[in-house]
Design a protein around this ligand. Structure first.
Ligand code: ATP
Length: 614
């Protein structure tokens, strides 16, 4: 089960696992009805094809009986031709109807699952960050694809098989009763003896298959994590260890799958044996009836064919039953995901930003701890405010809560106490879109997508024109390396921007912030040492963008803190000092100590030394 606060069941493990108890019934499949009902024409065509195919199949034994009983006489040459001609016609109808059934039912399955996938992903993206803190992304992705694939199999090909066999079983059973009520009573009486053990055994198969699938999800999550971190893996020469761990996980998945396959093979052997034994039994009893003259040979032939159809249909039904219950478990997990509510609920009556306070920030006596670590207070009774247009630097030791302040501003989490106000309004009273539209964020690790440069920039504002993109690129000093690229702004930059330098990636993030043109700029300065040129370019870009907007910078560079209007020094849980660089150095308190430590290894030695010495 996925983890999200307020779900009642308050699960404690960190991964979305299946719940064997719940998935036994088929009710969760109901979540698919609204999706399927949108495609009534396809459903109608599928039903027509199903009924036609069933009737055509059931016509074959009737033709066989007539052939045996009437067609083999002395003057039967013409009749034989007629019967065989008719059978070819029936088979032609059967083929077309079967193709139609397969086509329409499978297409419906694909359509429904595409819609479910789309909805699940867009819902996932809307969930609060705490959900992603609690569940591994690789695991969510693997579940998302495994569960939807399972549902697809069930509502597509499996549903097609199940429906065909259900129709055929019912039709053949009725036809059997009409042909020979006596023999039918024997056959129908034998059904529970065959089916009940198969169902019991089938449950065992299902449990094993689920285990195999969960084990595979673990292995895939591990693989995607390692591939994502391949540079780190290789630099620590951890390939062998990672491969060994993956191999072990794959081995576990294999042995779980082998057990499931073994159980299924045994189930198949049992099913085939029981079905064929019953057919032989019916033939035996029927043959005696023919000998005594109670039945014609044609009737026996017809009956046996109906019985074979019914038994075969039942056998296939029991096989797909397992898959349908698995799909039911999968849809239950998808439904759970779809019903999951965000930890940061949208206000029912959203308020608008006060125009005269646009760009202002207030932290009013804020206390906060992360939902997954409720005992560790990260921020306690924190109060400060930033006026519109002001540039404020946040400094402090690692872990003091600087990034947390950014996360609270964007309402990735809700505060435990106090209030965060943007533009004069409590962030909880603003529509999430209105709130987040107030910010342009330049993170320390810029996210670059596997897309062209211009698409990467347009991400900040999809409506931006080519001109605006190029202007932002110039202002952020990326034009100098983008324009000489083979296709300029249309050049693809690799997944996560690995083909770019750290400085280039950060300047792309700055260009995005310029394009976004929001009232508040949140800047998390890179801690990694950039070369002097990148450094200077970034400083210039930042100066340009922070000119006419409120700017909050998590500062790691002396140049930044010096140019800030005000510096907030964070200690454990709150602000311990506040002022300009000069005044804080003069006070010779925590900031001065921090500045000496923090800025001493800064590349521009002269400036550092003068700062540290002042
Ligand atoms: P740095 O300068 O190293 O980035 P910081 O001042 O920005 O540090 P934060 O990232 O705000 O510090 O972290 C403050 C505290 O909150 C740390 O103890 C950290 O372990 C914890 N923390 C941060 N993010 C989470 C999270 N998603 N879940 C739980 N705890 C977290």
């Amino acid at each position: 089960m996925y983890q999200e606060r307020g779900m009642g069941s308050a699960p404690t493990d960190s991964r979305p696992a299946s719940d064997p108890k719940k998935s036994r019934d088929l009710r969760p499949l109901r979540m698919l009805f609204p999706y399927a009902l949108k495609y009534k024409t396809i459903i109608g065509l599928a039903l027509v094809a199903l009924v036609t195919a069933t009737l055509a199949t059931l016509a074959v034994p009737v033709a066989v009986r007539r052939l045996i009983d009437n067609g083999m006489g002395a003057d039967a040459g013409l009749q034989v031709n007629l019967y065989f001609g008719a059978m070819v016609l029936v088979v032609a109808v059967l083929s077309i109807a079967s193709a139609g059934r397969y086509y329409f039912v499978t297409i419906l399955g694909e359509r429904v699952v595409s819609d479910v996938r789309r909805d699940v992903l867009s819902h996932l993206l809307s969930l609060s960050i705490s959900f992603f803190d609690r569940n591994m992304s690789g695991e969510i992705m693997s579940r998302l694809s495994a569960d939807t694939t399972q549902v697809k199999a069930a509502v597509g090909a499996t549903a097609s098989i199940a429906l065909r066999n259900l129709f055929l079983f019912l039709g053949a059973s009725i036809a059997m009763i009409v042909t020979s009520p006596g023999l039918s009573a024997i056959v129908l009486g034998a059904i529970p003896i065959i089916v009940l053990p198969i169902i019991r055994f089938g449950k065992n198969v299902k449990t094993r298959s689920r285990l195999a699938q969960d084990t595979l999800a673990d292995a895939s999550a591990f693989a995607s994590e390692q591939i994502g971190a391949v540079r780190t893996v290789q630099s620590f020469t951890a390939e062998r260890a990672a491969s060994k761990r993956f191999a072990a996980a794959v081995e576990r998945a294999f042995s779980a799958a082998r057990q499931a396959i073994l159980a299924r093979s045994m189930l198949t052997a049992f099913g085939v044996f029981m079905v064929f034994t019953s057919v032989v039994g019916v033939l035996w009893i029927g043959a005696r009836a023919v000998v005594t003259g109670d039945m014609t040979p044609g009737e026996l032939g017809q009956f046996v064919l109906f019985a074979v159809f019914a038994a075969g249909a039942l056998g296939e039904l029991s096989q797909v039953w397992g898959e349908i219950t698995l799909a039911s478990g999968a849809s239950e997990r998808l439904a759970e995901l779809l019903q999951m509510e965000s930890d940061v609920p949208a206000p029912s009556n959203p308020v608008s930003i006060l125009p005269e306070k646009r760009g202002s920030i207030v932290f009013d006596d804020v206390s906060f701890s992360y939902p997954n670590r409720p005992d560790e207070t990260v921020v306690s009774s924190l109060s400060f405010s930033v006026e519109p247009g002001e540039t404020v630097a946040l400094v402090g030791p690692s872990g003091a809560g600087k990034s947390t302040i950014f996360q609270l501003l964007e309402r990735f989490y809700d505060v435990d106490d106090g209030a965060v106000k943007i533009g004069g309004v409590d962030v909880r009273d603003l529509a999430l879109k209105d709130l987040r539209d107030q910010f342009a964020m330049v993170p320390q690790q810029s996210e670059i997508f596997a897309a062209s440069v211009s698409e990467n920039l347009r991400f900040a504002r999809p409506s931006a024109t080519r001109d605006e993109i190029e202007r932002a690129a110039h202002d952020a000093h990326i034009a100098s390396f983008v324009e000489p690229m083979s296709e300029g702004y249309d050049t693809l930059i690799g997944e996560r921007g690995l083909t770019l330098s750290a400085g280039q990636r950060q300047r792309i993030a700055i260009a995005r912030a310029i394009l976004r043109d929001a009232p508040i700029l949140l800047l998390d300065e890179a801690t990694s040492a950039l070369d002097a040129e990148s450094e200077a370019l970034i400083q210039k870009s930042i100066a340009r963008i922070s000119q006419d907007r409120t700017t909050l910078i998590i500062a790691h560079r002396l140049a930044t803190v010096r140019s800030a209007d005000r510096i907030l020094v964070l200690g454990s849980g709150g602000i311990i000092e506040e002022g300009s660089h000069q005044s804080l150095m003069a006070r010779d308190g925590q900031y001065a100590k921090f500045a000496r430590l923090q800025f001493l290894d800064w590349s521009n030695d002269n400036e550092v030394l003068s700062a540290a010495g002042s």
